[in-house]
Design a binder for this molecule. Structure first.
Ligand SMILES: Nc1ncnc2c1ncn2[C@@H]1O[C@H](COP(=O)(O)OP(=O)(O)OP(=O)(O)O)[C@@H](O)[C@H]1O
Ligand SMILES: [Mg+2]
Length: 260
């Protein structure tokens, strides 16, 4: 039904972790699929001891026969907790070799019946093959750390036109800069702030642990609220306001420099 794309400008702010958390807390009445399209290579395979196949590579090499809902679902594996996942290429070389698959994947996933697709697009670069997929996203979520360099790269990326009509920013943590301070610099509301919660993040990255601890964690609480907000956005169109509306206020002078 809709693609919700997650990406970063630079660094490793937590795109994959956030995508896994959001897919895992997607409203139960809606079917969800997690697609790992990071051209730098899969993290889901090593983190969750999954197999390389089936996944994007097998699906991509056979796609000339057509990307059908059946072929897409036939290439999924299941994450602990039950979320179906289409695992990504294992290397950038594999991602490049997939070529036309990336062009075909956007329309196929955006029209997957009765399913919202959470796509991990990795880092956005002008030559990323996944830019084609973004053109079919209902919303692009840019994940960033609220650090001086994180905001600087985010601002540069926001300055380039993203393919989707609607893109929003989600921060991991609120230190050293708050959502208000970041919003002032990027001149847009920050849609949400996810808890900076290393223990829960480690579980979402495949570390063994108690699922109840993860469910009750600050990270899953904030991710759950984000999932509900995003699922409403994809149903009803671009957001009129951010999930947490940034109030006005002055950013610290060092952060202001980013906007120059
Ligand atoms: N909300 C969070 N709180 C604390 N730590 C986090 C959070 N999200 C992610 N992390 C940690 O940050 C590191 C990077 O996370 P992740 O792999 O999700 O980032 P990424 O943006 O997908 O990186 P890459 O671009 O390399 O794929 C991991 O060690 C992860 O546990
Ligand atoms: Mg990642």
């Amino acid at each position: 039904m809709s693609i919700v794309a997650f990406a970063s400008a630079k660094g490793s702010p937590g795109v994959t972790t956030t995508a896994v958390a959001v897919a895992g807390s997607w409203p139960a009445e809606r079917r969800v699929l997690l697609a790992e399209f990071d051209p730098a290579g899969s993290d889901l395979v090593p983190r969750f001891a999954l197999h390389r196949d089936p996944g994007v590579v097998e699906l991509g090499s056979g796609h000339r026969r057509g990307l059908t809902p059946e072929s897409i679902w036939a290439h999924t594996q299941t994450l602990p907790g039950g979320v179906p996942a289409l695992v990504g290429p294992t290397s950038p070389e594999q991602a490049l070799a997939l070529r036309e698959f990336w062009t075909a994947a956007g329309p196929a996933l955006a029209t997957l019946p009765d399913t919202d697709v959470i796509v991990d697009c990795g880092r956005l670069a002008p030559d990323s093959p996944v830019l084609d997929v973004l053109r079919h996203a209902a919303i692009v979520v840019l994940v960033a750390h609220p650090t001086f360099e994180g905001i600087s790269h985010l601002r540069a990326r926001l300055g380039r036109r993203l393919a989707a009509t609607c893109s929003v920013v989600v921060l991991v943590g609120d230190r050293p800069y708050s959502a208000t301070e970041v919003g002032d610099v990027i001149e847009a509301d920050v849609a949400a702030v996810l808890a900076d919660d290393p223990r829960a993040a480690a579980l979402l990255c495949g570390k063994a642990g108690n699922p109840g601890t993860l469910r009750r964690s600050a990270l899953m609480r904030t991710a759950g609220a984000l999932s509900h907000w995003l699922s409403a956005v994809v149903r009803t169109g671009p957001p009129a306001s951010a999930m947490t509306t940034a109030t006005t206020g002055s950013a610290p002078s060092r952060l202001q420099e980013v906007s120059r």
